[in-house]
Design a protein around this ligand. Sequence first.
Ligand code: GTP
Ligand code: MG
Length: 200
Amino acid sequence: MKVLDARFVTSATDARSIPHDGIPHVVLVGRSNVGKSTLLNALTRVQAARTSAAPGKTRLANLYQVAVEGGPGGPGRWSFYFADLPGYGYARGGRESVVELTRVADAYFGGDHAIAGVLHLVDARHPGLDADLDAAKWLQSLDVERAVLATKVDKLSRNERGKNLKELERQLGMAALPISATSGEGLDDLWTLIARLSRR
Ligand code: GTP
Ligand code: MG
């Protein structure tokens, strides 16, 4: 598999500025600092992702278009958008943070562009944060495919890792895929997931 191109497309500020060209959107959702932009860079091996805007700066999503050759699903070219949504929970753990997420993301998910699925990133070190549980509940209520990614697993001991992954599964109702943008762990499995969601 080869990433042919990964480029920043636009910082969408309203539903109208989201591209409606039939190319599916893979949406990254997660707390501020959970590792969304870093993951995007690690997956594409291109420094495409912009560094965080100032906290509180209203925007809908930063969009990146990715073109891939081959990979899970066989030969051929395919492309998709990564939508990097603003991180919630800047005021750590606060419940109002999910209100902020839903306001932004309702506009995103309410559009008529093609949503392939949502990748919900949670920090593997901190299972059970209110903001993450609220976000998971809200994502469940949407009619979209979702997967949970447990980020920064490189920071955990083997023991903590097993314990935290079990805890995350219990709380979020599905097994989390352990990943690390730093070590590259889990990224092949994640590409398989992304291909399943977005390739056609
Ligand atoms: P917002 O844009 O504020 O919503 O944050 P974000 O989710 O995009 O987080 P970002 O990618 O900026 O990462 C936050 C911090 O976590 C940075 O210092 C990264 O270097 C670090 N980080 C991200 N992924 C990993 C990882 O897999 N392992 C480790 N050890 N650190 C990571
Ligand atoms: Mg970011």
